[in-house]
Write a protein that binds this ligand. Structure first.
Ligand code: CA2
Length: 145
């Protein structure tokens, strides 16, 4: 089994730390990627990180992970609530994955309550800020054989 995780951040998460600090905090995407890499490294894994605002780019990266990753940590951004295709990509490759949301989607608008990934994610971490990425890495790695 490859000792590598794919970290995926979806649309608009490149804006982390620049706007809406009351919802998403002040950490940047670079901070998130460093936190995930440091957490995985302490457990003997490395992280390949991708962020894209384009659904197809995310799907291609998920497909590629099948070749050299043991699992995926993903914050799909708004695609959480809309994308059957992202769900199909994740279930199609068969790797275990953790779904992360920085904010508590259950305490926001009604439309954020539905996730197309909720029943297929091995781990769900919601509303723990960016520390949720570290928790997701640890909880996902704990489930690997
Ligand atoms: O809480 C989360 O992590 C979300 O996945 C973030 C998505 C949102 O659509 C989901 O409902 C919950 C949005 C990401 C946008 O990130 C921004 C960060 C800073 C400034 C503006 C947007």
């Amino acid at each position: 089994m490859p000792r590598r995780l794919l970290l995926v951040n979806g649309p608009n998460l490149n804006l982390l730390g620049t706007r809406e600090p009351e919802v998403y905090g002040t950490a940047t995407l670079a901070d998130v990627e460093r936190l995930a890499a440091d957490t995985a490294s302490a457990l003997g894994f490395e992280v390949r990180a991708i962020q894209s605002n384009h659904e197809g780019v995310l799907i291609d990266a998920i497909h590629a992970a099948r070749e050299d990753c043991a699992g995926i940590v993903i914050n799909p951004g708004g695609l959480t609530h809309t994308s059957v295709s992202l769900r199909d990509a994740l279930t199609g490759i068969g790797l275990p994955f953790a779904e992360v949301h920085i904010s508590d989607v259950y305490k926001r608008e009604e439309f954020r309550r539905h996730s197309y990934l909720h029943d297929v994610a091995a781990v769900r971490v919601i509303g723990r800020g960016i520390d949720g990425y570290a928790d997701a890495v640890r909880e996902l790695l704990a489930q690997l054989p």
